[in-house]
Write a protein that binds this ligand. Sequence first.
Ligand SMILES: Cc1cc2nc3c(=O)[nH]c(=O)nc-3n(C[C@H](O)[C@H](O)[C@H](O)COP(=O)(O)O)c2cc1C
Length: 323
Amino acid sequence: MKSKICDMLGVQHPIMQGGIQWLATPEFCAAVSNAGGLGTLNSSLFSSKTELLEGIAKVRSLTDKPFAVNISMLPVQVAGEKVGEYLEACAEARVAVVELAGRDPKPFVPILHEAGVKVIHKSTAVRFAKKAEAAGCDAVSIVGFEAGGHPGMDDVATMVLIPSVVDALSIPVIAGGGICDSRSYLAARALGAEGVVMGTRFVATAECPIHENFKQYFVACDERSTAMVQRSIKNASRDIKNNTIKELMALESSSDHPLTLEEILPFTNGKRQKNAYESGDVEDGAIPAGECIGRIHSVMTVQEVIDEIVCGAEAILKEMTVG
Ligand SMILES: Cc1cc2nc3c(=O)[nH]c(=O)nc-3n(C[C@H](O)[C@H](O)[C@H](O)COP(=O)(O)O)c2cc1C
């Protein structure tokens, strides 16, 4: 099932794997691109321009299909000077697509466009999406309240956010937050999105480089298994409601002041998260996941996920048309 964005991105299906910290490795990114979607490599895996260039070369050794590089610019995730190095690497390697997130993209678009790189900006609100369009971005990915990771501070659900952004913009919109299968994919397309971006569904796949315990945990979760934390530092995040997040929630609600970054970091720091992914301790660390975790009922291969979306959506459309 094609859309206009397939030609822009050079992909078979308008299904994008979003940035996934620690897990969006060259191998995983290539698996998604080889399955006909747009795989994404996380720049945050690499500590320098040279390392990122090596990572990009690794993806290219595994697939001849286009892929994206995610550059998340939230200050707690990446220091300012790293962003410059990542941008230089993407421009030099002339990657097909860069997905930016977390900051106004305006200063970063020219260097990428000069190198022929398409720029998608991940936004969480109509006003930010409009800024991305004004900055010259080629498309926006927009995530609603259901999304895993950082869905913004407005708590607007995907069902309302997507058509609002589609109506406000003339560039293509890629919808995320709660999309995990053919039904939600088709709903997003019906709301006007040219494509979808998924994070949570891709974690519970055979190829995802996370400990098997997490994949089984994702399958066992229901739609109430995630929670929003970190609002006090205006960096709201949706994570699985494990023991670490329950502790943080208890502290947030009992504290006599809004928690500071220093107070939150012991729970959410990336090192703890990475260790948990490797050890398989599902109760340790802040583990991003969206509400659609409750709609994941088995661990599938990336190809199976994409095939179910494409074939299932066509079947639903046929059924709806026939009546
Ligand atoms: C485990 C996990 C890690 C994520 N890490 C990042 C990241 O490093 N950078 C980013 O821009 N988004 C990140 N996200 C957000 C996804 O790219 C995507 O926007 C989001 O998952 C879409 O909503 P969904 O979870 O309902 O599919 C992450 C999401 C998950 C589930």
